[in-house]
Each structure stands twice: as C-alpha cells, then as structure tokens.
Design a protein around this ligand. Sequence first.
Ligand code: KIV
Length: 259
Amino acid sequence: MAVTIQQLIRYKKEGRSIVALTAWDYLLAQALDQAGVDLILVGDSLAMVALGYETTLPLTLDEILHHAKAVRRGVKQALLVVDLPFLSYQESPVQALRSAGRVLKETGAQAVKLEGGYPAMAETVARLVQTGIPVMGHVGLTPQSVHQFGGYRKQGKTPEAGDRILDEAIALEKAGAFAIVLEHIPADLSLHITEKLTIPTIGIGAGAHCDGQVLVTSDLLGLSSWSPPFAKAYANLREATIQAVESFRNEVRGKTFPE
Ligand code: KIV
C-alpha cells in the first residue's frame, strides 16, 4: 500500500518514527523505495549533490522538475515530496501556486516542501493547501537563506531565536502544513516543537525527539565530498566507487579485461 499523508500523521500518534531520505534519480529512488522508506524527498540539495552547484540558490524549477520526473518513475510505495527552489515561491502566493501546480501536474509527486514560516510563508502555505496541494514546511536552518545566516550554522540557540522557530512551526501547522522539517536546531527545542504540534516533525541535525528523521542520501551512503557534522554515513560508496573504477582501469590497461 502506498504511503499517504494521513498515514504519516497517524504514525506520529502511534509513536512510529517516520523514515525519510532524499533522491535525485531513478535508480536511487527505486532502491530507497524497495528498502521501505516512508517519504522520499527530491530536495533542492540535489543542486549540490547531483548538479555540482555550491549552494541550493542557483537551482531552477525546470531542473528540479527534470529530476523529480525520474525519481517518480522509481517510486511505487513512498510518499513523494518535491522542494520548491529558491525564488520559485517567495514572491507571492500566486507564484507559489503556479510552481507547486507544475510540480504536481508534471511529476506526479504528492506534495511540495518550502522553507520559512510566519507570517508570509504561512499565508502561502494556506493558499496552497486550500487549493488541494499538500505542503511540508521547513524551519530552523533553511539553506536557501544561507547568506543571511552567514553559513550553515545551528539555529535557535537563544531563547528568543528558539521562540521564533516555535512560532513559525505553529503558524505553518495552523496554515495546514502536513509535516515540518526541523533542521540543525537544539534537541530540546525540537522536543518542545514536536510536543506542541499535532503534525509530524522530521528532524535533520535536530536530535532524537522528532517524529521522524531525514538525511541527504549522499551523506548516508558516504558519497558526498563534504557532509554536515550531524550526518551519519552508513557506507563508504565514494571509496568503493574509486576502488572499483581503479580495478577496471588497471585491468583495461593490463589487457586482462575482457578475458
Ligand atoms: O534539500 C534537502 O535535501 C532538504 C533536506 C535537508 C531536508 O531539504
């Protein structure tokens, strides 16, 4: 049975942790889906991990749509969510509606994710949800604001900053978001937000108290050339790939492949 938004909200009530990962192409999406991941996100981190940009800022809506279509072909069970890239939704609720509409129409994804909270983004979320487009929020370290933050720094470290993030999360829930990503904030703050909200929180670098966890899959696989301090590599595919390619190179040059 394919995973639904209602099921994820039920998982929170039941205390069952939500498993989420990012994907950017067909083969990876197939593997994640086969492994039983609940939610697959075509995150705008694909700007760095698949396209080689330095930040998520240059990514266009057309670029993420192209990748999301490939991911869609590989996903049969998981809920598929696609990020709205920088400046494809911040201008106005109508701009957000057009961009989110393209995501659902052209890729077959079930939901979009966008960054930021109260007040402007909550209004945008409400507009999308009223139109029937499910939205996942994202607060804390929101990478599209990296220059404003002065780097990928932990957010919400003072009581005032923590209260602001809590207010944003509450505003997003009131606006109709079905889940919220909490990125790189203190664990006690994410616990507080998780207890306050009825919708699931999905953490990344936000401690163990969230209703689910998400990682950028290239970090999990040990493929990334750089990973954030909170990421965990469950394999070293970068090294394994280099070794496999070196073996091929040696056998071709030594004329032992093909036999
Ligand atoms: O773009 C992305 O990969 C994300 C995750 C870090 C949640 O937004």
